[in-house]
Design a protein around this ligand. Structure first.
Ligand code: ZN
Ligand code: ZN
Length: 701
């Protein structure tokens, strides 16, 4: 659940954007020398806007096809014809506008080629989608043979996040989890990444249920986006998960109500179809009602652990863990699929009891105010903190929206006495040593409560040297820099800061290697498939299973979209050479999936070198420019201090346009635009070593 814990705040801090605002709104100024300033006299440019809106519309209305993310490899320019003889070109690769028609120009500019070459792209962002080999076209997936079981990890097998596994038997499919992942550095501006559900959408009529292991966002966060695509199947979950699912769904009021079926802790196997039954089994993680799932088939059980750790005291496993896994002793288990997140860490996680004890001791000794920052997803620990404050006669302030949401749910379920929670506005009514602040933001998230306290922008909480701040969290890889910034800011207040480097104030929710080994020994399975982790984690987990006695041929290390089949009455496991679609599906404002890789690439280009827009009007009779062309740029160079560059650029534009259009009748705008893009691209690179996105707008008058 690392990604999830990491940024649990984000969805709440950044709710889905309510309207689409075209990025060119900010760049609407037709004056020059205004880089970085909002010009009150900005002129809108209707023709350009129309085009962008139209193309945006086309992209949005394009049918959802994983394949539609594919690019033509050939770099070229995109050309869109727009009314009034106004033309726009950008030096980006063509996108497939629909499945039959590639919008492209035969003219290839050198600037464009090298520009593309210089862009870094991850394997997932490469043309051709998620396949590292750049595989083209959809696979024709053979039908499932009667009596065979198909298991497809659709997400969570190449990353931590967006977990989803489909289990198919005869005419039925049960889906386990529908998670999401937060944006990565490779997907600037994207809100979330979802599992690719195309395989399921094409078999929507077979889906009998969505089974949720627990309420973390990497397991439930995708529900509002995918549930309709799956045909609104019933959702099976324990109570805590159900509340979090409903809470999240309430942020999408336009969606129909979910059909949630809550399973109790003592429920027996629930028949979903004549052949398939499901049962949840309780296990230890970091949120109440964490479960694993058993799907019972005529050939044996398919088990998914969900996220899991093992409560232990220095490697001595707690009795309740033995009880939780006792039910597997006499079952026929075909396949175990299991959390791999913690596999590279040797040993055992420290007991959550020790974490609580350590923090309890600190809380009992401090003489000033105490601030505890942890992941909102560490719900069980939050319950302990609320109890702790009660015991020491302290009032509690809850800071951070995700933390508040989860505390609301705790209150609703009566999991904690919350009578001593006070509003932050009333905090000054109590002496500092009677205050505990529970806050989000221990990962240095920009807008989270702790960061606001640290950088003095919190409206009510001002830190001082009598405060004690506990960071009850680990450093999640990738957040190092943000956390360094957070700590710098915290230390400026000279407060007393305690982290897990100092003492046991945090334990992770995912079992380390010895815990995973212990679980392997409790579940007598035939086949093993590690999930929930990056590829290297899955490989390490496979090695672990092998070292514990599972033959290599019984272990499958999947990718997202791998189609795993158990055949011969449960005797044989294979992976088909065909794959279910697994290209990234992104949520970007209101749009989901579709042709967004081109948008992402533009964002990457713009982020690196900015943009350079040229507006020129040609007299269509004489082929001469009406006046000196206008130039706008953003994120490129400071134009006010680049007068020479501008002067030369205008000169080159004028020369290029007029040389080309001389004697041309009618004027070929596309051709002229490409020439201008090339010439200006070359010139700017020679003089600045930057390759901004050059956008010529040429208007015939
Ligand atoms: Zn997880
Ligand atoms: Zn989790």
């Amino acid at each position: 659940m690392i990604q999830n814990e990491n940024k649990q705040n984000n969805p709440q801090n950044n709710p889905p954007r309510r309207s689409f605002s075209p990025s060119h709104n900010r760049s609407g100024s037709f004056g020059y020398n205004r880089q970085g300033h909002n010009n009150p006299n900005q002129r809108a440019y209707p023709a350009q806007q129309t085009t962008n809106q139209q193309s945006e519309q086309r992209r949005r209305s394009a049918p959802f096809h994983a394949d539609s993310l594919a690019f033509n490899n050939r770099p070229s320019t995109v050309t869109q014809t727009i009314p009034q003889q106004t033309h726009i070109a950008t030096n980006r690769p063509p996108f497939r506008d629909d499945r039959n028609h590639v919008v492209s120009r035969p003219h290839i500019s050198t600037a464009t080629k090298s520009q593309l070459k210089n862009r870094k792209m991850s394997p997932k962002m490469r043309p051709g989608g998620s396949s590292p080999k750049g595989k083209k076209g959809p696979d024709v997936i053979p039908p499932l043979k009667d009596g065979d079981i198909r298991i497809i990890p659709l997400g969570g097998s190449e990353e931590i996040g967006k977990n989803m596994i489909a289990v198919e038997y005869k005419n039925d499919i049960i889906v386990i989890d529908a998670g999401m992942q937060f944006k990565t550095e490779e997907t600037p501006g994207i809100d979330y990444i979802l599992p690719n559900t195309k395989y399921l959408e094409e078999r929507r009529g077979k889906i009998r249920g969505l089974v949720i292991t627990h309420g973390h966002l990497d397991h439930i966060g995708g529900i509002p986006y995918v549930i309709e695509r799956l045909g609104n199947p019933p959702i099976y979950t324990r109570e805590f998960g159900a509340l979090l699912i409903k809470k999240r769904q309430s942020e999408f009021p336009h969606l129909p109500e979910l059909n949630i079926k809550i399973s109790g802790p003592h429920d027996e196997f629930l028949p979903i179809t004549p052949d398939l039954k499901i049962k949840f089994f309780g296990l230890t993680h970091s949120i109440p009602d964490s479960t694993g799932v058993i799907i019972s088939t005529p050939h044996g059980d398919i088990i998914n652990t969900g996220d899991v750790r093992v409560e232990n005291d220095n490697g001595i496993v707690a009795d309740k863990e033995f009880e939780q896994y006792a039910l597997f002793k006499d079952r026929k288990i075909l396949l175990l699929t299991m959390d791999s997140t913690g596999v590279e860490k040797p040993g055992w996680t420290i007991s959550e009891k020790i974490v609580i004890k350590t923090i309890d001791k600190i809380v009992s000794e401090v003489t000033g105010r105490i601030v505890i920052a942890t992941f909102a997803s560490q719900v069980e620990r939050i319950i302990a903190f609320i109890d702790m404050a009660k015991r020491y006669g302290k009032k509690i302030v809850i800071e951070g929206r995700s933390m508040k949401n989860n505390v609301e749910i705790l209150k609703h379920l009566n999991l904690a006495d919350t009578s001593h929670i006070v509003n932050v506005e009333d905090m000054l009514d109590y002496p500092p040593h009677k205050m505990m602040i529970l806050s989000t933001g221990a990962q240095g998230e920009e807008f989270a409560a702790l960061m606001r306290m640290a950088n003095n922008s919190h409206k009510f909480i001002k830190l001082n040297k009598t405060d004690t701040i506990i960071l009850s969290s680990s450093v999640i890889p990738g957040n190092e820099r943000a956390i360094t910034g957070l700590k710098d800011n915290l230390y400026r207040h000279d407060a007393h800061i305690i982290t897990y480097y100092d003492t046991d104030v945090h334990a992770g929710g995912h079992g380390k290697r010895e815990e995973l080994s212990w679980i392997h020994k409790q579940i007598p399975y035939k086949f093993f498939m590690p999930v929930h982790g990056h590829h290297y984690m899955l490989k390490m987990h496979a090695e672990l299973a092998n070292s514990l006695g599972t033959p290599r041929e019984n272990i499958i290390v999947p990718d997202n979209g791998s189609i795993v089949e158990i055949s011969n009455n449960g005797e044989k496991i294979t992976v088909l050479k065909e794959k279910a679609p697994s290209d990234m599906v992104m949520v970007d404002g209101f749009s989901i999936g579709g042709i967004q890789e081109v948008v992402i690439r533009d964002r990457q280009m713009l982020a690196q070198d900015g943009m350079f827009v040229i507006i020129a009007s040609i007299n269509t009779t004489t082929g001469k420019l009406k006046k000196s062309p206008d130039i706008i740029s953003r994120g490129f160079v400071y134009l006010r201090e680049s007068q020479e560059l501008l002067k030369d650029a205008r000169h080159i534009i004028k020369r290029t346009v007029e040389n080309a259009s001389a004697g041309m009748n009618p004027i070929d705008f596309d051709y002229i635009k490409d020439l201008v893009t090339d010439e200006i691209g070359k010139y700017l690179f020679q003089h600045t070593a930057k390759r901004p996105m050059v956008i010529p707008v040429i208007i015939g008058v």
